[in-house]
Design a protein around this ligand. Structure first.
Ligand SMILES: Nc1nc2c(ncn2[C@@H]2O[C@H](COP(=O)(O)OP(=O)(O)OP(=O)(O)O)[C@@H](O)[C@H]2O)c(=O)[nH]1
Ligand SMILES: [Mg+2]
Length: 330
């Protein structure tokens, strides 16, 4: 039996690469906020971040197939690899459903590859705070490299850019996601563009489109995101992605940007934890959203204005803080 109450012992087992302990802890991190808080406090002093590459893009563009190539390549370099695939809870997707995405990775029987699929808790593309913790657990368990697959950006305010060192945005000529139709903000976060399914017509046109858009964005940053052309199906062009990852890391380090970038990520993570805890303090996440909806109705009916509605929620937070005696904590 794995005792979830004994954090030190759990941590030792994870460090000893006990996959059952890793699996149990990851599930607990996903489902139990209190466990997460206590366990991460024990883990953090021993945690060291490893290289993290985020792979994002619309459903069905070929992210998982690309990930399995990357895993194979990293294994050839004798690296242990952790893969986290964040599935939208929404049933609609151009690719496979939960289990199938993982089954697609033919690398899953290798003990040096740990693959985990996570739900994204309702928000298409957004990440739960658990994702960051799960990546930490994998890193403590001795993986040398982490790959994180997500579908686009969500509305949670906590995203792949808050976890990965480098984000690769995968597009495909046949998914109809021309650059014009990309959600605002999605193009800008990419450090590397990948035009997949180059075996299909339209790849060169898409590359031209991306390059001209990048021309317009030019000047905001010194890093010029490369636009890579590949076919995950045929396995062509895949090797360039890890090369571009290393180039991006070198760029950040040489320009003194790595630490600042990581700090911004941690700022966002803390902010996300605070907001989630406050919501939970009031009512629990679901009820909080329902309450918000209620208040919005009142605003629509002109029984309340927006500031008044915010005041109601703040009042509830203050009350529950007082009930919990939390205001007395330092
Ligand atoms: N022709 C062609 N098909 C590809 C290529 N890469 C992936 N596919 C196919 O596209 C489909 C989706 O591939 P996945 O790797 O599951 O795509 P995904 O982006 O992970 O999908 P989701 O996880 O559902 O968002 C599969 O049927 C793949 O065989 C490619 O380079 N060329
Ligand atoms: Mg996938």
């Amino acid at each position: 039996m794995i005792d979830l109450g004994n954090h030190q012992e759990l941590l030792s087992r994870i460090q000893a690469q006990d996959v059952r302990a890793v699996a149990r802890v990851i599930s607990a991190l996903e489902n139990d906020a209190e466990f997460a808080r206590d366990f991460i406090a024990v883990l953090s002093p021993l945690h060291e971040k490893k290289p993290r590459l985020g792979i994002t893009g619309s459903p069905g563009v070929g992210k998982s197939m690309l990930v399995s190539h990357l895993v194979r390549q990293l294994r050839e370099e004798d690296k242990r690899v952790g893969v986290v695939a964040v599935d939208p809870t929404s049933p609609f997707s151009g690719g496979a459903i939960l289990g199938d995405r993982i089954r697609m990775l033919d690398v899953q029987n290798d003990p040096n590859v740990y693959i985990r699929s996570l739900g994204s808790r309702g928000s298409l593309g957004g990440l739960s705070a658990a994702t960051a913790n799960i990546v930490r657990v994998l890193e403590v368990s001795g993986v040398d490299f982490v790959l994180i697959e997500t579908v686009g950006m969500g509305q949670t305010g906590f995203d792949i850019v808050d976890i990965a060192d480098t984000v690769a945005l995968v597009l495909s000529p046949e998914s109809g996601d021309g650059v014009q139709t990309m959600k605002a903000g999605v193009m800008e976060v990419a450090d590397i563009y990948v035009v997949n399914k180059a075996d299909r017509p339209g790849a060169d046109g898409l590359i031209t489109e991306i390059l001209s858009l990048l021309g317009m964005l030019d000047g905001q940053t010194q890093w010029r995101p490369p636009v890579l052309k590949m076919s995950a199906l045929e396995g062509t062009g895949v090797g360039q992605l890890l090369e571009s990852f290393v180039e991006h890391q070198t760029f950040l380090a040489e320009h003194g940007l790595s630490e600042a970038k990581r700090r911004r990520q941690i700022v966002n993570e803390i902010r996300f934890i605070v907001e989630s805890r406050i919501k939970r303090l009031v009512l629990g996440e679901e009820e909080y959203l329902a309450k918000l909806d209620d208040l919005a109705k009142k605003v629509q009916r002109r029984e309340l204005d927006t500031y008044g509605a915010a005041g109601v929620l703040i009042g509830m937070i203050v009350n529950s803080l007082e009930d919990d005696g939390i205001h007395e904590e330092t």
